[in-house]
Design a protein around this ligand. Structure first.
Ligand code: MD3
Ligand code: FE
Length: 205
């Protein structure tokens, strides 16, 4: 695989400063009060170690029926809360996308949470980029290539870091090997929250 910088992977270290991180976390937690984190189950029946919720018109869910996007929280039946304006602004500033995101997956990692190597393939149009914002404890992120057999590289994602996956990187394999407990004081009680903005449905027009 070509070097990360040539693949459509762009990392913006500390794109959000401490005050912007705290303000975004407050926006997130206000919405989590209405759309609580829950522990999804894979189609194979295994509970994930990561807890999840979503913001925006569509939310990514997994259960015995499979992986999909849906407009409501699986436990409350309510529509997902709106995407914080600061995230919509970031998408406009950092991506070239011609339409706004319609999905914001919120992942909560405790000390022992991991996410195995996978591709994001449940969206309608892979021409749209994916944007990720990390808050709280640093994650050891693994990025590979479009083939599962491609070599991988390890990248640390710290609180306030933003990354954009576009072009060839949009279908790259990736995962979270582990979270470095105690590396940030942003989240009371520790842990890591990742916000992933996507266009899940087809673009307008
Ligand atoms: C690389 N989340 O929810 S975000 C996921 O930190 C997911 O919670 C991780 O992978 C997390 O699906 C990684 C960074 C990320 C997001 C999407 C990507 C990296 C990506 C799509 C393609 C390639
Ligand atoms: Fe992913």
């Amino acid at each position: 695989m070509a070097p990360l910088s040539q693949t459509g992977f762009r990392l913006f270290p500390a794109a959000l400063g401490p005050e912007a991180q705290a303000a975004l976390l407050a926006e997130v937690m206000a919405r989590v009060a209405r759309a609580p984190f829950y522990r999804p189950v894979t189609p194979g029946g295994k509970p994930m170690s990561v807890e999840m919720t979503n913001f925006g018109p569509l939310g990514w869910v997994t259960d015995a029926r499979g992986y999909r996007y849906q407009p409501t929280h699986p436990q409350t039946g309510e529509p997902w809360p709106d995407i914080p304006q600061a995230l919509l602004d970031l998408w406009g500033e950092v991506t070239e996308a011609s339409a706004p995101p319609d999905a914001c997956l919120v992942n909560l990692y405790g000390e022992a949470a991991r996410m195995g190597l996978h591709q994001d393939k449940d969206e309608a149009d892979f021409a749209y980029p994916v944007l990720s914002v990390s808050l709280g404890d640093t994650a050891v992120f693994r990025l590979g290539g479009v083939s599962r057999r491609d070599p991988t590289a390890s990248v640390r994602l710290a609180s306030g870091d933003v990354c954009v996956l576009a072009g060839p990187a949009r279908l790259a394999h990736h995962g979270i090997d582990r979270v470095l407990a105690g590396s940030s004081r942003l989240i009371p009680g520790g842990g890591r929250i990742n916000l992933t903005l996507r266009r899940a449905g087809p673009g307008p027009g």
